[in-house]
Design a protein around this ligand. Structure first.
Ligand code: 13P
Ligand code: SF4
Length: 302
């Protein structure tokens, strides 16, 4: 039996659902029940009636699923699949920042640990950060926005709000430089350029649109451009080519692979279901506080 067939059989037996982030390798995306961005995956995780969630992504995503569905078993196929940006701030460091700004509301990017989320008022993803600031936090006198300094700069550009920030960033997106955009435009004249808000501001300034990975799929369908330069982790190109076969997608550079997103393989998904590993657990006192900030986000919606 092929691995994919074994996974499908075990998935039925275990009453499991497989969620995969847009950056996962092609075979893992193809084995998934749902492929999406961080926000879409959180919504799916909160709504599924499966007993087991196999989360093909990185640790904070599986942790978010567990916080939203504490009674379910949440499995991360590779326990070392983390997010370096999420590791750039600890709960203790955030408590220190809060002590310096006692009147500030705290907005955290979903790319954070459960312990950090527990210290926040509101969570956001790159798909809804602008909305969270404009709608939920519009009357806040001061906002601490952690940990991504580039996402914060993007939201400042959209809303005019200044934030108390943290020096976090995504090492993968930081590798995209303005000269990569310029070279890609020169190679593909007329192509539209979309980049992720985790990119440097000087890169974002050169793009036609700055948008979450889920938003990229919508933009790619709507733009009249036939060719599109993709300024994010190239795993998403598999999904884009499947959904929009008549358009041509070019990775902005060959150096934008996220090593952690690539740790999940089809074999590891199978072993995860066979052995029911690696189980994600979050202490209930932390989970309860983190849940409030995630649910405050989900209540607003996209
Ligand atoms: P999205 O929410 O846009 O999928 O981004 C998640 C992520 O980790 C980007 O690096
Ligand atoms: Fe983290 Fe960047 Fe990888 Fe996303 S692409 S999981 S932010 S390291």
């Amino acid at each position: 039996m092929e691995i994919a067939e074994k996974i499908a059989k075990l998935k039925r037996e275990r009453r499991a659902v497989i969620l995969a982030h847009n950056y996962q390798i092609a075979e893992v995306q193809d084995a998934a029940d749902f492929v999406g961005d961080s926000l879409e995956l959180s919504i799916k995780a909160s709504q599924t009636d499966a007993e087991v969630i196999v989360f093909c992504g990185v640790h904070f995503m599986a942790e978010t699923a567990k916080i939203l569905s504490p009674a379910k078993t949440v499995l991360l196929p590779d326990q070392n699949a983390g997010c370096p940006m999420a590791d750039m701030i600890t709960a203790e460091q955030l408590r220190g920042l809060k002590a310096e700004h006692p009147g500030a509301k705290v907005l955290c990017y979903v790319n954070t640990s459960a312990g950090v989320k527990a210290e926040c008022d509101l969570c956001c993803t790159s798909a809804n950060a602008v909305r969270m600031v404009e709608e939920v936090l519009k009357d806040a006198p001061e906002i601490i926005f952690i940990p991504d300094k580039y996402l914060a700069a993007f939201v400042t550009g959209k809303t005019g709000r200044e934030f108390i920030t943290w020096q976090g960033f995504c090492p993968t997106h930081a590798r995209i430089l303005p000269e990569h955009i310029e070279a890609a435009r020169a190679r593909h004249p007329g192509a539209a350029v979309m980049v992720h808000p985790e990119c440097r501001p000087e890169v974002a300034a050169l793009a036609d649109i700055v948008i979450s990975t889920g938003g990229m799929s919508r933009f790619a369908k709507e733009t009249p451009a036939r060719e599109i330069i993709v300024g994010t982790e190239p795993g998403i190109i598999h999904r884009l080519e499947k959904e929009i076969p008549d358009k041509i997608f070019h990775p902005v550079s060959e150096f934008v692979s996220c090593p952690n997103m690539k740790k999940t393989t089809l074999e590891k998904v199978l072993w995860s279901l066979e052995d029911m590993t690696h189980r994600i657990e979050v202490a209930e006192d932390i989970a309860a506080r983190a849940r409030r900030s995630i649910e405050a986000m989900l209540n607003v919606g996209r």
